[in-house]
Design a protein around this ligand. Structure first.
Ligand SMILES: *Cc1c(COP(=O)(O)O)cnc(C)c1O
Length: 821
């Protein structure tokens, strides 16, 4: 009886919510477009739904901001040069708890909400894993009521759109802002001046003190665009602040200008507007171009200045700064936060160096994302000094004092100085600056942190082991499971009998009780088939390729990079195809292989790999003798939204990077959470996924171990030529790169055979082929396969970014939740 009453009340509340949504929606259409709903284009409908959602969001946003201002609780600012947000409408409606109501209301107006979602362009302000991690983190911070904000750049063009033309990648500019960005709020009154170039020097004042002089700087105006970040079913709305570069306020003051002055002025405009125009499309490699350094300082200076300004406006004491503010440096791109905060504290706030340094160190924390030497940022001193004269003076002074400590610790050991110096061989080393200026340095998976300590950052670790800690990456299960796979999410709700796991994903482990329950497994199987069918429909529509959802979906989606070894995957497919064609005794289970991912525009080997995948796909898919058993699909333009369709559809998750090279990976977690079985090396978070699922029974591990790889590098004893000549299958398949079977791929042949196969593809090939045989053996046993799938889902809660963020909050930032309202 009591329950029924509650249900009646709930029904009434729901009806009232729908009525309010309907009125707000129709009203928004009138205000925005001056028209009735049925006259709107699909895109206008999308914008109107977004505007309706914003009416709910902004109320709490204002409340959140004033609570943070009044209560003076510690705030976190997460600096990242990338935030790969994807779309926001669905996740915002989900977080607000009004998704069903909006769907119902729109259905009543003959509008399909899922079609409306498709109208939103992806905010592609990132390349891949690193930017997506930042996006997951701000989602989890808001979900857990943590006062945490993102700081980044409002790139006018996001990561390029990828088209495949005749098998080749073609890059199209991603003009994502062309219809406006519904979720941003321009705040011109909060603009900040950022200064470049000019001359900086110390001047002796009359009283004998030293004062900095910074003359003739080039001033760029940074204008913030704020994006609300909505907490899950709570009243918290945090902020992602994206900075846009604009010409200075007095710019339009043309007055009486000479031709020469006019020319200068238009050059200045061009320079300023180019700063935030493009996202650098390189992933995992360092690109020493000057504009990137300009972008980095632009982000850092605007961000840190605005934090200090806001802090002082709240009436807080600058001496307490580190007690109230945590700044996180996501990879080295924002490492200049260290020097910028020093500049503000010393030059503008007049603090003594030592106190400013203590505050800075206690404020900053740094996450390392790679051990790949080619990704470590370092800038030529000349370039750095010219562009950022005052910042260079500060970095130089930080380094001078740091090396005094180093020499005291290691007397007569210039080798240590060489290894630890921030400025070395006329280069400014960004990772070293970040480490020296932070109170915490973390890696992103256990094995990665171990390699940092033992190898990459060993000298820093030895100097101060307590600095180092691990924070294994995570993904927001709200986007990647609840949003991307609503059927699976509903099954989990029903099976657990509660929604608590939405906020406490570790409770998914209750599902471990169900992994032998046949009806449960049958439902899982149905859901997987549904997701595979949805992906198949997308592929048929977009690629014109028909794929069979009853085949194994074996998927590798991620940036195309040599160390991720898409080349090994496609070589193995070439091998299987050859066996199918020539060997009647060869058996495999019918499989559809999917690839997806973008190559950096200048990355030749990555682009050749895409060309090879498409060449193999064209040949294999057209062969009626084999194409019931083997198909290959390259999914164009992989990004967040396509990922939401892809990850839930996988049976097999390809995580085959050369051991030691993938710091963590997060795609591996998205697949696992949706019930795919990991086929992978012992690299990054694969190691922890294997542990979580109880070892090799529920994942398939193969290949060289990190230790073996590092040992080969150290001793230089690997010979690809020997591999090529000792394994006849390897020999045969590699020869197919040049014999015309698929076209001319001398590029890849030379890379493997003559340039010694940097990532051990030939060495791991045999083990990789065996791992696929193991997959077939397991897949044939439907019950055990589904059981494994269930075990993966049940134990994926620890890979939610909610867990990661709680660790950051407690162990690095020392911030506590703030309850709003
Ligand atoms: C998760 C994700 C990645 C990272 O994938 P990895 O397999 O960890 O490299 C890259 N791009 C997109 C769009 C993603 O969603």
């Amino acid at each position: 009886m009591a329950r029924e009453k509650k249900d009646v009340r709930k029904d009434r509340e729901y009806e009232a919510l729908k009525e309010s949504l309907r009125r707000r929606f129709i009203n928004a259409a009138h205000v925005m477009w001056g028209r009735e709903i049925n006259e709107l284009t699909k895109n206008e409908v999308y914008q109107t739904v977004a505007a309706t959602a914003k009416q709910f969001i902004t109320e709490n946003w204002i409340k959140t901001n004033s609570a943070y201002m009044e209560r003076g609780e510690k705030q976190v600012y997460y600096f990242s040069i990338e935030f790969l947000l994807g779309r926001l409408l669905k996740s915002n409606l989900m977080n607000l708890g009004i998704q069903d109501a909006v769907e119902d209301v729109l259905a009543g107006l003959k509008i399909d909400l899922s079609e409306t979602y498709e109208e939103e362009p992806d905010a592609g302000l990132g390349n891949g894993g690193l930017g997506r991690l930042a996006a997951c983190f701000i989602d989890s911070m808001a979900a857990h009521r943590l006062p945490g904000h993102g700081c980044s750049i409002r790139y006018q063009y996001g990561l390029f759109e990828q088209k495949i033309v005749d098998g080749n990648q073609v890059e199209i500019p991603d003009n994502w802002l062309k219809n406006g960005f519904a979720w941003e709020y321009r705040k011109p009154d909060k603009a900040i001046d950022v200064k470049f170039n000019g001359n900086a020097y110390m001047k002796k004042m009359d009283d004998g003190s030293l004062q900095v002089v910074y003359e003739d700087p080039l001033t760029v105006m940074a204008v913030p665009y704020d994006v609300p970040i909505v907490g899950y079913h709570n009243s918290t709305v945090n902020t992602l602040r994206l900075w846009n570069a604009e010409v200075n306020r007095d710019f339009s003051d043309y007055g009486m200008l000479t031709k020469e002055q006019r020319k200068k002025k238009s050059e200045y405009r061009e320079f300023v507007e180019s700063i935030t125009q493009f996202l650098y499309p390189d992933d995992s490699t360092y690109d020493g171009r000057r504009m990137r350094l300009i972008q980095e300082y632009f982000l850092v200076s605007a961000g840190v200045q605005s934090i200090v300004r806001h802090y002082k406006k709240a009436g807080l004491n600058i001496h307490d700064f580190a007690k109230k503010i945590a700044i996180h440096i996501n990879d080295t791109h924002p490492a200049l936060c260290v020097a910028e905060l020093m500049r503000i504290l010393v030059d503008e706030e007049g603090l003594e160096w030592n106190e400013a340094w203590a505050i800075t160190k206690n404020t900053m924390a740094y996450t390392n994302h790679t051990i790949m030497p080619e990704a470590l940022e370092k800038w030529p001193v000349e370039m750095f000094k010219t562009l950022l004269p005052r910042i260079y003076m500060i970095v130089d002074e930080i380094n001078r004092r740091w090396l005094i400590d180093v020499r005291e610790r290691y007397p007569e050991n210039e080798g240590k100085v060489h290894a630890l110096s921030i400025i070395q061989d006329d280069m400014v080393h960004m990772a070293r600056l970040a480490i020296v200026g932070s109170h915490s340095v973390n890696g992103v998976a256990k094995i990665h942190t171990d390699i940092l300590k033992s190898t990459t950052l060993h000298d820093f670790y030895e100097y101060n082991p307590r600095l180092f800690n691990n924070k294994t990456n995570g993904i927001t299960h709200r986007r990647w499971l609840m949003g991307a796979n609503p059927e699976l999410s509903a099954l989990i709700d029903k099976t657990i009998g509660s929604h608590r796991w939405h906020r406490h994903p570790e409770q998914m482990d209750i599902l471990n009780d169900m992994v032998d329950n046949k009806p449960f497994l049958a439902e899982l199987e149905k859901i997987k088939k549904l997701r595979k069918t949805a992906l198949a429909a997308y592929i048929e529509k977009h690629n014109g390729i028909r794929v069979d959802p009853d085949t194994i979906f074996d998927i590798q989606v991620k940036r195309i990079h040599s160390y991720k070894r898409q080349l090994m995957n496609i070589l193995h497919i070439m091998y299987q195809y050859h066996r199918l064609k020539t060997d009647k005794t060869f058996t495999m289970l019918p499989t559809t292989y999917f690839f997806g991912g973008k190559a950096a525009p200048g990355y030749f080997i990555a682009k050749e790999t895409i060309r090879l995948i498409n060449a193999v796909a064209a040949k294999v898919n057209a062969d009626p003798e084999t194409n019931k058993t083997l198909k290959v699909v390259f999914i164009e333009n992989f990004g967040v939204s396509i990922g939401e369709l892809v990850y839930p559809a996988a049976d097999v998750s390809e995580q085959i990077s050369t051991a030691s090279k993938e710091a963590s990976g997060t795609g591996n977690m998205k697949f696992m959470m949706n019930g795919a079985i990991t086929l992978g090396t012992l690299d990054g978070a694969n190691v922890e996924i294997r542990e979580a699922v109880g070892g090799d029974a529920n994942c398939v591990i193969f290949g060289l171990k990190a230790e073996e790889v590092l040992n080969y590098y150290a001793t230089g004893t690997y010979s690809a030529w020997d591999e090529y000549n000792t394994d006849p299958d390897v020999h045969f398949v590699v020869d197919q790169l040049t014999d015309g079977t698929y076209g001319d791929f001398h590029s890849l042949f030379d890379y493997l055979v003559h340039e010694n196969d940097e990532f051990f593809i030939l060495k791991d090939f045999r083990a990789y082929a065996k791992a696929h045989e193991e997959v077939y053996r397991r897949y044939k046993d439907r019950y055990h396969w589904l059981r494994s799938s269930a075990v993966n889902i049940a134990n994926s809660g620890g890979f939610s970014s909610d867990r990661t963020i709680e660790e950051y909050a407690k162990e690095i930032w020392q911030v506590k939740p703030v309850v709003i309202g």
